[in-house]
Design a binder for this molecule. Structure first.
Ligand code: UDP
Length: 475
């Protein structure tokens, strides 16, 4: 009999790839006889980081089988795209013929039980449908954002305006009142190609066999209920089973620069350090880096801060190409590193976030609110100052502040700039105020809930078992 396989199809940003790999590992832990194949599109973003990540995963978990799809040459209009979401979406139809070939070749030796797509890869659903392979989505953001994503066609039909011009509070089932301008960045402007892609992808979801979402019942009960009850879908659109299997986060990582951060943290008092880190793609201008530095210095608090090179002028404002390390002295205010050397560490480009958040010395996190970072913070019991930069992070800030109540908002000006006094104020609030303490207690309670959810009889454990039973039967 042919061995059973699951094929995973992540989208290129490394945060999405990491999340999908974790899903693969989770499936293997519970169902070691399934073969897990992962399709890698090339060119991926940040080719070097992706390649070294895949090498290390393959060495540690050889039963994850990576398939590198042939390199596609981007049409000039796409190669010069300044919008990484549009680029990510538009790569999918170009890759479809290769995905088809890959599925066919895998199916010569394996019985494919499920094709699991990242939501950016929704336009790949037709390929699996043609081959009669059941398709599932893996939604790497939260349930509240999933609810808003499923609700997008409804919003589209009730107004002609772009979300950025709507200037209203949206009442999305299961979601706290959401300022229309806080919806996901690529959906704000109707004339934007990315908006069309979001809309088209949203209508693919009800055609799938189910949606796996990286969250857990007690973190987002209202949103999960609204989705399961079909409240986010237009009339006559079928609901799909939802499997909240999270929090699925990367295991502790160390090594390399990690050792330096962790050694430094070892010498700091318990719960005293604020960690500042802005995802795999976040970049700040030189002016903004200076404001952060002044705010941190004036707060008097201990900090561990990951600093990247600012984007070059006219360059896309996220790091989708490989980055060189920053020259810290020229980027930060004169004498800053010397003056703060006893209570601050600035690391270049990357820190082992999960290990840092779980270190006993860390007591707060200034985060861009990427969903992986949110879950990692919850699992470490560390409260957040929410400073969104791109994608659905402004939406996540509202959810974290208003619904889950584990974050304080960083308030930026219209153009997104944050002045030093605001940085100082929020860091101080998080680390010293009563409100900060309430957040800390709530985050620790959620940390405990996450642990319970992941147990065999916890909500996420049960959802995963259902999914695996289904895959055991399919085909
Ligand atoms: N990350 C890290 N060190 C860094 C920056 C990011 O380990 O210096 C990891 C972080 O732990 C998380 C992922 O990269 O797992 C970022 O995912 P997230 O969803 O938070 O944001 P994205 O990068 O997708 O915007």
């Amino acid at each position: 009999m042919e061995a059973a396989a699951i094929v995973l199809y992540p989208s290129p940003p490394i945060g999405h790839l990491i999340a999908m790999v974790e899903l693969g590992k989770l499936i293997l832990t519970h169902h070691p006889s399934l073969c897990i194949h992962i399709l890698i599109t090339t060119p991926p973003y940040r080719a070097d980081d992706t390649a070294s990540y895949i090498t290390s995963v393959s060495a540690a978990t050889p039963s994850l089988i990576f398939h590198h799809l042939p390199t596609i040459s981007l049409p000039p209009s796409l190669a010069s795209s300044r919008n990484h979401e549009t680029l990510t979406f538009e790569l999918v139809p170009l890759n479809n013929p290769y995905v088809h070939q890959a599925l066919l070749s895998i199916s010569h030796s394996f019985s494919i039980k499920a094709f699991v797509m990242d939501f950016f890869c929704a336009l790949g659903l037709s390929v699996a449908a043609k081959l009669n392979i059941p398709s599932f989505f893996f939604f790497t953001s939260g349930a509240a954002f999933l609810a808003s994503f499923l609700y997008l066609p409804t919003i589209h039909n009730i107004t002609d305006k772009s979300l950025k011009d709507l200037n209203t509070l949206l009442n999305i089932p299961g979601v706290p009142p959401m300022p229309s301008s806080d919806m996901a960045k690529p959906t704000l402007d109707r004339s934007d190609k990315a908006y069309e892609h979001f809309l088209a992808s949203s209508s693919q979801f009800p055609k799938s066999a189910g949606i796996i979402v990286n969250t857990f019942e007690s973190l987002e009960p209202r949103a999960l209920r609204a989705i399961s009850d079909g409240l986010c879908l237009a009339e006559n659109v079928p609901t799909r089973p939802v499997y909240p299997i999270g929090p699925l986060i990367v295991s502790h990582g160390g090594g390399g620069r990690g050792a330096e951060c962790l050694k430094w943290l070892d010498s700091q008092p318990s719960g005293s350090v604020v960690f500042l880190c802005f995802g795999s793609l976040g970049l700040f201008s030189k002016e903004q880096l200076k404001e952060i530095a002044i705010g941190l210095e004036n707060s008097g608090h201990r900090f561990l801060w990951v600093v990247r090179n600012p984007p070059a002028q006219n360059q896309i404002k996220v790091a989708i190409t490989d980055q060189s390390d920053p020259e810290l002295k020229s980027l930060l205010p004169d004498g800053f590193l010397d003056r703060t050397k006893d209570r601050g560490l600035v690391v270049k480009s990357w820190a082992p976030q999960v290990a840092v958040l779980n270190h006993d010395s860390v007591g707060g996190f200034v985060s861009h609110c990427g969903w992986n970072s949110v879950l990692e913070s919850v699992c470490a019991g560390v409260p957040i100052v929410a400073w969104p930069l791109y994608a659905e992070q402004r939406f996540n800030r509202v959810v974290l502040v208003e619904e889950i109540k584990i974050a304080l908002p960083m308030k930026e000006s219209e153009d997104g700039f944050v002045r030093a006094p605001e940085v100082e104020k929020r860091v101080t609030e998080l680390m010293e105020s009563e409100e900060g303490e309430v957040m800390r207690k709530r985050t620790k309670a959620m940390q405990n809930e996450a642990h319970v959810a992941l147990g065999e009889t916890g909500s996420s454990g049960v959802a995963l078992t259902k999914l695996l039973q289904l895959w055991g039967k399919t085909g």
